[in-house]
Design a binder for this molecule. Sequence first.
Ligand code: SAM
Ligand code: SF4
Ligand code: SF4
Length: 434
Amino acid sequence: MRSAYAEMARKRRLPVVPRTAPIRTEEPVRTPERPVRGGPHALDAAEGPRGVAEYHGPVSTQQRRELPIVEQAAAVHALAVDAHTAARIAPDVASGPPLDALGRRLHDLRISVTDRCNFRCVYCMPKEVFGKDFAFLPRDQVLSFEEIERLARIFVGMGVEKLRITGGEPLVRRDLPDLIEGLARIRRPDGGPLDLTLTTNGAALRALAQPLRDAGLQRITISLDSLDPDVFGAMNGVDFPVSRVLEGIAAARHAGLAPIKINTVIRRDLNEASILPMARWARDEGLILRFIEYMDVGHSNGWRMDDVVPEAEILARIDAEMPLEAIAPNYAGEVATRWRYVDGSGEVGVIASVSEPFCSSCTRARLSAEGKFYTCLFAVAGHDLRALLRSDRTDDQIEAGVRAVWRLRDDRYSDLRTEATTALPKVEMFAMGG
Ligand code: SAM
Ligand code: SF4
Ligand code: SF4
């Protein structure tokens, strides 16, 4: 049966918004027919996410190669990261942004400043698992602001152009504006400014929006899963009032942070009914709303495919009331698909990493609060940069280690997701940096 959204797409001949070239791979991977993003196949996916449950090929190159990569990287990191060793492993070490094994450059770095959080979102840190007794990182194991800034400079020197501060909940880290001030001073090798942003649950934003703006933060992303107080309270796990987050959003606007983006994770049967109210509200408020498909991050949220509301279904619901048309990405590799209201009243986006994976254009790395370097959101292990920072290694030696790890990267978890990969002991998102 053709969905209402697919019918709409057919009538309107929506533009095709291709992602990037397919990934190069050395082994045959029986990936089901890959819909062209934004094209007619993508729209047909309203019947359910495709390319996921049907895949029965080798579990994943990531799973198979994770440990060897970690071991190789560990050899570089822990034993002797000297420029000579790293240069041997990564002959391109000296010049330009590093490319990984699949030809993807290192462009974005997400920096977690804490693994702690004042929420217990059901899809991230369920309170039944992360209760009062849960042991978060002791203070001395968390990177200091100086250490974070040093690493940020090294990454920017290698070609990273975008820094996103995250966590856990970044606003629970004391004196965060001081860190922002230091990061905002960093310039790219060509002298241009960085794209510096932050993702927060908004709980403490009413007080911190202005200090963050004054420190040099340009824009912000605020997570908000529903405007309904009961639904929001249930999803954040601590009955945090939605009114306080709305005050935080108002404070961000007042402080001049722009654009303001809103992240909304949709989980079947929990907040599906919030899709339309969120879309109407964001459009009326002039905010850029991005729905996120519920992901199997970590290993504690009890993820099931049945709980995912796929992009096409989210769009179909909105389109039925507020007709949509596809618009081109702002830049190559943009994570969210973009859709404009036909009446010109704004836009909405979807991050569809389950139904429409975008590994082929993934240029993101993550640095955890304890200084581990992760090359994929679904990694089962990271690479210890803190040990290097706290040794006598020079910046060049640390850079050589990072380049070596990136060069070996072949992560593409979402492309290869199966029931089996879902059960892997993946690092939790709040621990790695979302
Ligand atoms: N605490 C901050 C926040 O919630 O905005 C920053 C960290 S949080 C891990 C980063 C983003 O990941 C949030 O927008 C959150 O909604 C999203 N997220 C967390 N768990 C998720 C999951 N299982 N599926 C999809 N998105 C998730
Ligand atoms: Fe905390 Fe953000 Fe995870 Fe929610 S999504 S529990 S706010 S880190
Ligand atoms: Fe990037 Fe890993 Fe997500 Fe694929 S699964 S888009 S490689 S973070």
